[in-house]
Design a protein around this ligand. Structure first.
Ligand code: CMP
Length: 138
């Protein structure tokens, strides 16, 4: 069974859409194997997004990700990496399909409500970044 990391980013938590996002995951048959609320430090955000460290938006992105609480989850299911990305919609909410999480709730390319791993290798890195094996119960 495939696993992926999902984050409800600080803007999603602030907008009060934690329940709505989880409802969409569960409605699509995705299981939540682990979940916790965290408030990342700037250094933790920089480590998580290290692949983007040369990008012009890196400093702003890591400021934002460490600006408030976020919900991190391990999602589990058949083809869950692709399924989650479909539910999220495109990174840029302006390009996201109708009915996707970002289309419905995001108002900014950076503050785009959710994050989801993009491939099995990144999912493994990202899950291990936030969870140890004892925390993954489902
Ligand atoms: P995420 O899917 O978490 O992966 C990297 C994040 O960087 C992305 O969502 C956005 O939050 C942010 N991001 C990507 N592209 C841009 C951009 N052009 N300008 C600002 N932020 C961006």
């Amino acid at each position: 069974m495939e696993q992926t990391l999902s984050i409800i980013k600080p803007d999603g938590v602030a907008k009060g859409v934690i329940g709505e996002v989880i409802k969409r995951f569960e409605g699509a048959g995705i299981k939540i194997a682990a979940m916790k609320m965290i408030h990342m430090t700037k250094a933790q955000a920089q480590g998580f997004y290290a692949v983007h460290k040369e990008r012009p938006f890196f400093d702003s992105l890591t400021d934002f990700m460490s600006s408030g609480p976020a919900v991190v989850m391990v999602l589990k299911g058949e083809n869950v990496i692709a399924k989650n990305r479909e539910l999220m919609g495109a990174t840029n909410y302006k390009e996201a399909a109708e009915g996707t999480i970002r289309k419905d709730f995001a108002t900014d390319i950076e503050k785009n409500i959710v994050h989801g791993s993009d491939a099995p290798e990144t999912a493994e890195f990202e899950i291990n970044y936030f969870f140890n094996s004892f925390e993954i119960a489902g």
